[in-house]
Design a protein around this ligand. Structure first.
Ligand SMILES: [Fe+2]
Length: 256
């Protein structure tokens, strides 16, 4: 089964990811070779750092890159997405959130970045707002929070938010603390999936490297398969597990 990467900065010229269309296609060649065939295009949605990104242009940008990838005969399929900063999660209109949501309509979810500076009331408020709007959440790289204090995540994970750890963290690219926390999260069964969070040209630790890192940690083959293949595929196809349930009267009657 091919890998599914739910966090990748492959769209060119938007954030700190791929710089040019040629760089993005070059990176897609590596993905194709290593069997990473479904990739969410998760540019930073973080106006404080990347004020020029227009969410309404993302579909067109993705289609342009997809066309270039196809023209090279590569099998990589790009999917919508965005790495949402919590400040922006509080400010964006639902119409904009829709454009970066992943998963099928009835079980959509958003990739919400854990802020490096630590979890705070504003982050809690962002989770609350997105949940109230009906989105599931995949929380990106909690292991990179600078003080390693994940205690404020507990209420969110208990309410159904899922954790995504970076391959690069497991490989030590963000330092020994992030590496240790990433390993601990994996070994205590708190991680739903790995993702690459690759930035083509600068950070290229793709998912198969993560599968190898998991095995070095003593993770079973079955669990490595879940974390890098079947769980991300479930999120992509079926959506947030909490929401991807058979329709009940309650859910049928609920509105967003
Ligand atoms: Fe990212």
């Amino acid at each position: 089964m091919p890998y599914v990467d739910l966090h990748c900065h492959i769209l060119p010229g938007l954030d700190d990811g791929a710089r040019s269309l040629a760089d993005a296609v070059h990176f897609a060649r590596l993905l194709d070779r290593e069997d990473v065939l479904d990739v969410a295009t998760t540019s930073h949605i973080k106006r404080a750092h990347f004020p020029d990104i227009d969410i309404f242009e993302l579909d067109g940008r993705r289609e342009e890159l997809q066309e270039a990838i196809r023209a090279e005969g590569l099998k990589v399929t790009l999917h919508p997405g965005g790495e949402l900063a919590h400040e922006d999660a509080l400010a964006l209109h639902d119409r904009e959130l829709q454009l970066i949501a992943q998963g099928p309509k009835h079980a959509q979810w958003l990739l919400l970045e854990c802020p490096f500076r630590g979890l705070d009331d504003e982050f809690d408020a962002a989770v609350e707002r997105l949940t109230a709007l009906g989105y599931g959440l995949l929380l990106a790289h909690p292991e990179r929070i600078y003080d390693g204090d994940l205690s404020r995540l507990a209420p969110h994970t208990e309410a159904g938010a899922l954790l995504q750890v970076n391959v690069s963290s497991l490989l030590g690219a963000h330092g020994p603390d992030a590496q240790r926390i990433a390993a601990r999260l994996v070994q205590t069964g708190r991680v739903y999936c790995l993702a690459s969070d690759t930035h083509p040209g600068t950070r290229e630790e793709i998912l198969p490297f993560g599968a190898d890192a998991l095995r070095r940690l003593g993770v079973s083959d079955v669990q490595a398969f879940r974390l890098t293949q079947s769980n991300p595929r479930f999120l992509l196809r079926e959506g947030n597990p909490r929401l991807a349930l058979p329709e009940t009267e309650d859910r049928t009657n609920s509105t967003r």
